[in-house]
Each structure stands twice: as structure tokens, then as C-alpha cells.
Ligand binder design. Structure first.
Ligand SMILES: Nc1ncnc2c1ncn2[C@@H]1O[C@H](COP(=O)(O)OP(=O)(O)O)[C@@H](O)[C@H]1O
Ligand SMILES: [Mg+2]
Length: 1040
């Protein structure tokens, strides 16, 4: 029996009473494994240590797994008598914990280290680096081994088997992808750190300590190769002021805290982009859909408030939430060490307190995940001060901007239809532009200007594209160096990007109009934004230093090493994974059998020869390197000479000078030389011999060999130093490299827009500033002549059908209403028309040309849409509830500068209620919001209500805003019909629903019934009598 006292510490005090002894001990959870425990008593007060105890305890109480327990059962029975007062009663008094060294570790130290890390990084999956492998242990091996498709082996230890699973180190990314990307887990990676001599003794001879060097979470990826190159990987913190908490707990009223001011801060660790935004709880959903963060961080304090509005918003969108303490940051000046330039941030508008708080939580969280890795983020940009169009989350979804509604896939989305970019970072920027189109006339015109230049000059466009293809993702490359990562390949990538940038600047300069060379020219502006001087020096330096050929050779070696590791891993699993005892071979035996099996594989050193070791830096990279390489060549020469000398001296022509891991520097002879007695001198002690070979030490070679080794080592060290210096230089040019990269991204997008426009016959829309309606008669109108739907048109073309172009003239005074009420049969193109005009507006405001014959648009501050019907069953909301929530958001938020599309509002309830609600929404839009609206409905009664409310255009006056349009079908008089997708003025009072029903294959009999009901309703009868044959049917069924 065992009693455990659990003070709130990692170590626990235990007392146990076995059959032969009793003792009092201080131990950590792992040590308990050594005891034959049958029962556990603990004090009543539960603490963190109880969890520690109880979890593994389940395992330990099982006798089968506890060797000591097993031994005890088999062994001789002894009896010990104890008097009751000898037993300590109650909780055992706390005594100062004994130092760990005094407790003989129960597990091998590596397992103890792992257990300790698992406890410390609770909630993380721990991967422990052991030599060339990452391993999982204990319950995590059991849990994740199968999920990762890794065989779980039982590692034999002196206290029983421990579950373990592992994979070679170079497969880390593959398994991180499954754990982090697919399973949304946090993964703590414990790396090996060399132990100092004293630590080595303490750890029982271990060469390495294993400390967690990074925690990888879905939102804090840096350069993992499974990252989506086409999307940003944001982690976002949300800060709620204390008042919001109070409001929530006081009345729990969701509407009252919708206006609560909150702060957002988000960053992409892979590019260093960093943003903040003040917003309200009500607009949080839209911000989330715009930014699409992979992970959201909330203050730890919120963890207990599961019913908080913010939690329900996040749950609804199924966001991954992590709770984190506030940490050490208090003000923005505390952020400086984590930013690329430590200069104080001077925004035009000051950051709100909520934004700063969100930034504090975010930076603390990210810093903690990186465990001390330095980071160089871009200074935070305030989203508020950027002039962007707001696309609310419903529009984002229903307009299928980045993915389709139905399957949530990329293909079929607007982004998919227009993306022609050739670089990954260009594609990312395009995706950002689509989520937040510009509202600045200057920005839009500038982009359009570039597009028009690239349409006019096809050669320039194509040459730039070729160069862009040659460039690399420098945002992510640069950020790798900023995070103290990056390798020689990345340096080469940067260098070629800089060269490409140089050539692009040359091309742009050539393309500048000869006579003007004006400062105003858009190409000139692009050139001016690029700084080349410093980056070119860097590129030059990189080219001078890195030996590309050597690098290639190194990769080949790494690849074949990887193959060897895989073979080894499989063997380890084979030997360690077999369940029966015979498979648990002693390590040496396993190693030996391993060696035998590996005999076929030529060792890499053998393959390349020790003298042809590959170097990644050119000797010219530094004076020291040059000197060391010349030293090495003369030493190599000396070696050749020594070989010759020894061959003559010892009369052994087969003699070679070698190095082996086991024997060091040796002379090796073969064939008849192996049996010659000519080198039996005392200083040539034979190390190993067989019938055909013989190896021995020779002092001259030993000396020379050591000198060669030393030089090689020095070269490696110098290469490292040069690399570190280059990395430093990259960081020095960080700001310029990032700025250049953005210019390239913009060139990528604008050249791709030009290509798209040429391919699809798009036109340049004319935009008007809408901030003041007096600036232009078109400031608050949308004029699209011959508009087409960017994705539907292509879909129809693929089926050999043509798209019917339609005009949209909302607000085009005089003569056109601000609100178009569109009626018409099902399937005649109402929804398509609504969406195409919203999409054209978005395309225009990202700077693209648009699918129309002509377009003039007053800039829109927001697009709202209420489209389709999606039940939100997850949140227990009916179709009608969802409809109303979305309608409410529009009526509350739309401004006179907004563009609203409403599709069949009121469909989710009875016709009367539906029509009433739809009319109310229309009324509000006319009188309060006063924005541009396309309103599709099949309640034609709305047209009558509008007329009665004197809201028609012809009614004039302030409220006279609504114009009626409709779609139609054309009948051939024989029951057949075609849809007329052309919009015309007027109201269509026929829904032609039965035609659609027949088209869909409803049984003729059902259609007949429907027609009778319809005719009855129209003539005021409540319903037709059941047809005669049906009455007969009923009679028959009763008779049976
Ligand atoms: N302008 C058009 N030209 C040709 N076909 C169209 C057009 N608009 C819509 N369609 C076709 O009609 C189908 C139904 O259109 P939709 O907009 O959903 O109709 P509604 O909303 O009126 O029921 C679309 O999927 C498309 O194939
Ligand atoms: Mg529709």
C-alpha cells in the first residue's frame, strides 16, 4: 500500500508499506513506477500533482506491467508485523524535498527528461530528439503512434516496457503537418543541447540535455514546407475590455454588448506582417472572415467564461482558440525588440488601448512559442487607417470570393477565376486585396494605370513575368533569416531574386516614355519604390561566397543519408517493435545485426572519399577560408607524398592511408602485402588483420591525419562564421528586401490582371470618389453596361451556352432608381444578376478590369449581401433566423456609400409574413440606409406595396427610389419554354414554378394536382376537391 502526500509541487512525498520493508521517500511521479503499488491513498486536497500521480498510476497498478510486482508474487512469502501506532497517520508532514540526485532514476534519463517535458508542456504533444530521430513516449506514443501511422514499440527499461514511437529527423515536417495542420495539436519539440562535463556526470553520462526549443501551433508556423504558399498564416489575438466582461455577466444580453469596442492584433510569422484593428463585437465575424486566422489567442482569464459572446462567435466559425496569459508586455514601446526597426512607431492615428492590449497578448504568445528565438516583425499597420472596402462575412461566403459555398473548395471561386499570378507571394497579396478591396481612388487608379500599361505593352508584360518566375518568395525567405533560420539555399534564392529585381527595374526604365520620364508615371513610381544598392551588394556577396556546386553535391549526400536513415528506422522498429521478449535484443547485438544487413550499402564517406569532402562556401568567401583551403591542399599533397614514401619504405604497393571511425588514422594494405613481414616494426602495431587485409597505425600518418582533421574543422567553423555574417547582412537589408518584395508582388498582380483582361475581354472601369455626393453625379451610382458574371459565364461557355449580358444602372440619375426590385420566375437569372454586379464592384476596387462593355462606379465603402438560405443547425438557428440575423446586420450597418444585394428575403416563413418582412427591409433601405440595392424577390405583392408607399421612382421626391425590373420565360405555345435571362423593366407576377417542377421531373399527376390548387387559389377557392380516382383509391385501401 502506498500513501502519497502531494504538496503543490512537482515532487511528491510517498510512504509505502511493502511485504518486507517500509520507507519514507521523496520522489517524482516517475519514480513511483518502481514500487509494487496496489492501493493509493492521498490527502483530500487535490492539487496539480494529483493529476500527475493519477495518470500514470493507472498503468502502474497493473501487475503485468510492473516487474517488481511480478517478482513479488512469484517470490517467497514473508510476514512483517507492524503495530498500528507505528504507521504514520493522516497526511505525512511536509519535509524539504530531497535533491533529485539522491533518487536513483527509475527510467533511463532520456525518458525522465521526456516525462519532465511532458509535464511542463502540458497540452502539447512532445517530440524528443534522440540522435537522428524524433520520438514519442509513454501515453503519447500510444495515443499518437496510430494516428501518425507509426508502429508503437515497447522500449525495454529496467522497470518495465515503455511505449515509444519515432521517425527520422528529416521527416519532421511530414509529421508536424499531421499533428499541427490536420489534428490542430500544439507540438513541443525537444532538441538536443550538448551537456557540459558536469551536467554530463549528473545526467548519468548523457551527451545531451533535451530542452523544448519551440512549440509549433497552427498559427505559429515559420517555414514548414506544408504551409500553404498561397495564403497567409495568421495568428490573431482578441482583446476585450474589462467592461465587456461586466456587461456580459450583468445581463447576459447579446445585443447590448454587440457595440462593445474590442481590439484585434494579428501577424504572420512566416512573413513578419503585423496588423492591428479596433472593432466591435458585432463586426468581429466580418474581421475574422476577412483575415481568416489559423489560430486565435484569448486572454487566459476568458477560459472560464464559456458562455461569453466572443466564445460563441468563435465557436460558430469553428475557430481554433488558445488561451494565453497576458505576459510581460504593457505598452507599445515594449514591442520594439521584436520589430524590424526599433525606431518608435509613429502612426498617423494613435493606436487604441484595446489594440495595444491585443498586441501585448499576441506578442507574448508568439514569443513564448518561439522559446527565445529572436524575431523581426514589420511595424504594426493599423487596419483602420487603411482605406478598404468592408465585405461582411456573409458576402464573403455567398459571393464565393475565395471558396464555393457548396463544397468550400477553391475551384469555382472568384479568386480561382481571376488568379494568373506567377509567384506565391503575389498570389497571397491578391488574396489579401480580394478580402479588402481599396476605397481610395488614388490607389485604384494607380493599379489600373499599371494594368493598362501592361495591356498596351505585351513584351514588357511577358518579360517581367519571366523574371518574376525566376524570383523566390522573398517575404518568407527574409523572415526565415530574421528568425535565425535559413540556409545557404535560401541565400541563393534571395540573391537570384535580387538579380531578377535588378532586371525588372532595367525593363521598367526602358519602358518609360522617352519624352516625359515624368515623376508622375506609374512605372517611374514603381522604380522609385525599389532600393537596389544595398541588396545588390548582398547578392554579390552571396554569389562570391556560396559554392552552388558544392551545395548540390551536399544535397545528394543528404538524400542518400536520408535513405540510410529510413532503412535504419525500419530496422529499429522491427527489432524494438516485436512484442515477444526474444525481440528485445541487447543493443549491441541489434547494432551488429544491423551492420551486417547494412553491408550492401556503401558508406557515404567511402563513396565520396574522405578527401573530396564537400564545402558549401567558395575558398574566396573570406581570407581565412582561402588560407585554410590552401593549407588543406598542401596537406593533401603531403598525404600523397607520405603514401608514396611509406609504399617504398615498407615495400607495400597496395598501401593506402585511411581514417575509420573506430580506429582513427590507419594504414591499410591488401593482398600479398597483408602477409609481408617487412613492417613488423615495433611502431607499426597491427590493429586488425584478415587473410587479405591488414591495418596498422603509423605515427607520421597519425600526425598528418590529425593536422588534416584540424584544418577541416577550421574550415567548417569558418564557413559557419561567414554564413552568420551573411545572415547578419540579410537582416541589415531586411526593410529594403521586404519593400522590394512587395513591389514585385504588385507587379505580379498587375501584369496578371493585364493578361486576364486581354484573355477575357475585360474593360477598364471608371471610378468616382463617393465620399461627397456633390463631387460627381456618378458618386453614388453603379453603371454597368453589358455586365457578365465572372465565373458563371465561363461555366456556360464550357457547356456551349452563351451568357446573356445585362445592364445595371442603380442610382444613375436621372432616370434610374437607387433600388432595383427584381421579380421573375425561378431559374431565370435573378441571383446571377445580383451577384455579378457585386463581383464587378469588387473587381473594380481591387484595380482589375471588369467583365462588362462599360462600367462607371461610385466607390463603395461596403458590400452586403443576403443570399441563399443556409441552415445553421450547429448553432440551433433555423433558416428564417439566419435570414433575419443577416438582414438585421445589413439594415444596421449599410451607409449611403454601400452596395447591398438582397435575394429572396422572407423565403423562410409563410408567404404573408415573408412579404411583410421583405417589405419592411426594403422600406428601411429606402428611407434609412439610402444605399444602392438590388432586391430580388418572388413576392410580386411587394411591387404593389412599394407603389402604395409612394416609393417608386416615378413617385419622385426623396423616397422615390425604387425601380421595377424582371426576368421572364418565353413559351412556345406547346408547353415548352425557354428562360429569357435578359432583364426588362416591369414586374413579373408569374413564378412559372410548375414549369420548373415539370423540368425537374415531378410526376405528371402531382403537377396536375398543383395546377388545380393554383387555379382554385386564384379564383378564391381554398382548395379543389380530391379527384375522383383518388377517392376510389382511398376506398380500396380501407377495404383491404
Ligand atoms: N444572364 C444569363 N445568361 C445565361 N444564363 C444565365 C444567366 N443568368 C443565369 N443563367 C443560368 O440560369 C441559372 C439560374 O440562374 P439564377 O440566377 O439562379 O436564377 P434565379 O435566381 O432567378 O432563380 C444559372 O445557373 C445559369 O446557368
Ligand atoms: Mg435565385
Amino acid at each position: 500500500m502506498l500513501a502519497a502526500h502531494l504538496p503543490f509541487a512537482r515532487r511528491i512525498r510517498v510512504a509505502w508499506f511493502g511485504s518486507t520493508r517500509r520507507s519514507l521517500h521523496s520522489a517524482d511521479a516517475a519514480t513511483l513506477d518502481r514500487f509494487p503499488i496496489q492501493h493509493v491513498t492521498t490527502c483530500a486536497r487535490p492539487g496539480p500533482a494529483c493529476g500527475q500521480l493519477s495518470r500514470p498510476m493507472l498503468r502502474w497498478t497493473s501487475q503485468a506491467r510492473c516487474p517488481i510486482a511480478r517478482g513479488q508474487i512469484r517470490g517467497k512469502k514473508t510476514r512483517t508485523t507492524l503495530r498500528l501506532d507505528e504507521l504514520p497517520q493522516g497526511a505525512i508532514p511536509a519535509a524539504p524535498p530531497l535533491p533529485l540526485e539522491e533518487v536513483e532514476p527509475a527510467y533511463p534519463t532520456v525518458l525522465l527528461q521526456a516525462r519532465r517535458n511532458m509535464d511542463k508542456f502540458d497540452g502539447c504533444v512532445l517530440l524528443t530528439r534522440v540522435g537522428g530521430f524524433y520520438e514519442l513516449y509513454f501515453e503519447q506514443a500510444d495515443e499518437y503512434g496510430p494516428l501518425l501511422n507509426l508502429k508503437v514499440a515497447q522500449k525495454k527499461t529496467s522497470v518495465g516496457p515503455v511505449p515509444m514511437a519515432g521517425f527520422p529527423f528529416f521527416q519532421l515536417d511530414r509529421f508536424l503537418k499531421i499533428l499541427v495542420q490536420d489534428l490542430n495539436r500544439h507540438v513541443a519539440i525537444a532538441e538536443e543541447f550538448p551537456n557540459s562535463p558536469s551536467d554530463k556526470v549528473k545526467s548519468g553520462g548523457l551527451l545531451h540535455d533535451r530542452r523544448v526549443a519551440r512549440i509549433v501551433t497552427p498559427g505559429t508556423l515559420i517555414d514548414e514546407n506544408f504551409m500553404d504558399p498561397y495564403a497567409n498564416n495568421y495568428v490573431m489575438a482578441i482583446h476585450l475590455p474589462a467592461e465587456a466582461d461586466r456587461l456580459q455577466s450583468d445581463d447576459g444580453n447579446q445585443a447590448s454588448d454587440a457595440s462593445t469596442q474590442i481590439g484585434l492584433a494579428w501577424l504572420d510569422l512566416s512573413t513578419g506582417a503585423f496588423f492591428t484593428q479596433p472593432t466591435t463585437l458585432a463586426s468581429l465575424g466580418s474581421a475574422l472572415s476577412r483575415v481568416s486566422p489559423r489560430e486565435i489567442v484569448l486572454d487566459k482569464e476568458l477560459e472560464l467564461q464559456k458562455d461569453h459572446t466572443v466564445i460563441s462567435i468563435l465557436e460558430e466559425e469553428m475557430h481554433l482558440v488558445t488561451y494565453s496569459p497576458l505576459g510581460e508586455f504593457r505598452t507599445m514601446s515594449d514591442w520594439a525588440p521584436m520589430l524590424e526597426s526599433e525606431a518608435p512607431i509613429q502612426p498617423t492615428q494613435p493606436f487604441t488601448d484595446n489594440e495595444v492590449q491585443a498586441g501585448n497578448i499576441l506578442l507574448h504568445y508568439v514569443k513564448d512559442r518561439l522559446r527565445g528565438l529572436s524575431m523581426k516583425l514589420q511595424p504594426p499597420l493599423r487596419h483602420e487607417s487603411l482605406q478598404v472596402m468592408n465585405i461582411d462575412k456573409n458576402s464573403m461566403r455567398s459571393l464565393e470570393i475565395k471558396q464555393t459555398i457548396r463544397d468550400g473548395v477553391f475551384k469555382g471561386s472568384l479568386l480561382h477565376a481571376i488568379r494568373r499570378t506567377v509567384t506565391k507571394s503575389g498570389a497571397r497579396l491578391l488574396s489579401e486585396w480580394l478580402s479588402s478591396p481599396s476605397t481610395s481612388l488614388g490607389v485604384i487608379n494607380f493599379r489600373q494605370e499599371l494594368v493598362s500599361r501592361f495591356i498596351a505593352d505585351e513584351d514588357l508584360r511577358d518579360s517581367i513575368t519571366v523574371l518574376l518566375r525566376r524570383s523566390h518568395d522573398s517575404h518568407r525567405l527574409v523572415q526565415k533569416f530574421a528568425l535565425n533560420r535559413g540556409d545557404p539555399d535560401d541565400l541563393l534564392g534571395l540573391a537570384s531574386t535580387i538579380r531578377a529585381t535588378e532586371s525588372i527595374v532595367y525593363l521598367l526604365r526602358e519602358a518609360l516614355p522617352e519624352q516625359t520620364r515624368s515623376e508622375e508615371d506609374c512605372l517611374a513610381t514603381m522604380i522609385k519604390r525599389i532600393s537596389l544598392e544595398e541588396p545588390l551588394k548582398l547578392a554579390q556577396r552571396i554569389r562570391e561566397a556560396i559554392d552552388e556546386e558544392g551545395l548540390n553535391q551536399k544535397h545528394q549526400i543528404e538524400d542518400s543519408e536520408a535513405d540510410e536513415m529510413m532503412a535504419l528506422a525500419q530496422d529499429i522498429v522491427k527489432t524494438e517493435g516485436a512484442p515477444d521478449d526474444t525481440a528485445l535484443l541487447p543493443k549491441v547485438a541489434a547494432a551488429k545485426s544491423e551492420k551486417k544487413r547494412a553491408k550492401g550499402i556503401t558508406s557515404i564517406r567511402e563513396h565520396y572519399g574522405e578527401d573530396s569532402e564537400v564545402w558549401i562556401m567558395k575558398p574566396g568567401a573570406s581570407p581565412t577560408l582561402a588560407r585554410l583551403h590552401s593549407d588543406l591542399s598542401s596537406l593533401t599533397l603531403e598525404k600523397i607524398q607520405l603514401t608514396e614514401t611509406l609504399r617504398t619504405r615498407l615495400n607495400a604497393t597496395s598501401l593506402t592511408l585511411k581514417w575509420t571511425p573506430g580506429l582513427g588514422h590507419i594504414c591499410h594494405v591488401r593482398g600479398k602485402d597483408a602477409n609481408s613481414s617487412s613492417y613488423g616494426a615495433a611502431d607499426l602495431r597491427t590493429l586488425s588483420s584478415s587473410r587479405t587485409t591488414r591495418s596498422f597505425h603509423q605515427p607520421e600518418w597519425t600526425q598528418l591525419g590529425e593536422r588534416i582533421d584540424k584544418t577541416r574543422f577550421a574550415i567548417r567553423a569558418e564557413e559557419q562564421r561567414v554564413f552568420a555574417a551573411l545572415r547578419g547582412q540579410v537582416i541589415q537589408s531586411l526593410v529594403k528586401l521586404r519593400r522590394n518584395a512587395t513591389v514585385l508582388d504588385e507587379l505580379d498582380i498587375t501584369t496578371s490582371f493585364a493578361r486576364l483582361a486581354t484573355e477575357q475581354g475585360l474593360v477598364r472601369p471608371i471610378l468616382y470618389d463617393s465620399t461627397s455626393p456633390t463631387t460627381s453625379p456618378h458618386a453614388r451610382s453603379t453603371i454597368i453596361l453589358g455586365g457578365r458574371h465572372p465565373t458563371v459565364e465561363g461555366g456556360l461557355a464550357a457547356q456551349g451556352r452563351t451568357f446573356q449580358q445585362n445592364d445595371c444602372l442603380v442610382g444613375a440619375a436621372p432616370g434610374h432608381g437607387r433600388i432595383w426590385l427584381i421579380t421573375g420566375p425561378n431559374m431565370a437569372g435573378k441571383s446571377t444578376f445580383l451577384r455579378q454586379n457585386a463581383l464587378i464592384t469588387i473587381l473594380a476596387q481591387i484595380g482589375s478590369y471588369v467583365p462588362a462593355d462599360h462600367a462607371e462606379l461610385g466607390i463603395v465603402d461596403a458590400i452586403f449581401s443576403r443570399v441563399g438560405s443556409a441552415d445553421n443547425l450547429y448553432h440551433n438557428q433555423s433558416t428564417f433566423m439566419v435570414e433575419m440575423l443577416e438582414t438585421a446586420a445589413i439594415l444596421r450597418q449599410a451607409t449611403p456609400r454601400s452596395f447591398v444585394i438582397m435575394d429572396e428575403v422572407g423565403r423562410g416563413t409563410t408567404p404573408d409574413d415573408g412579404a411583410a418582412v421583405a417589405f419592411a427591409a426594403l422600406h428601411h433601405l429606402v428611407h434609412v440606409n439610402r444605399c444602392r440595392v438590388l432586391f430580388a424577390t418572388h413576392f410580386h405583392v411587394l411591387a404593389d406595396l412599394v407603389a402604395r408607399g409612394r416609393m417608386r421612382l416615378e413617385d419622385g421626391g426623396d423616397a422615390g427610389a425604387v425601380e421595377m425590373y424582371c426576368t421572364d420565360v418565353e413559351e412556345d405555345g406547346k408547353g415548352g419554354f425557354v428562360y429569357v435571362h435578359k432583364l426588362r423593366r416591369g414586374t413579373n407576377r408569374q413564378s412559372h414554378a410548375l414549369k420548373v417542377a415539370r423540368l425537374a421531373g415531378l410526376p405528371e399527376r402531382a403537377i396536375q394536382v398543383a395546377r388545380e390548387v393554383l387555379e382554385g387559389l386564384e379564383s378564391g377557392v381554398q382548395g379543389p376537391p380530391p379527384p375522383a380516382e383518388e377517392k376510389d383509391l382511398r376506398k380500396e385501401s380501407r377495404a383491404v
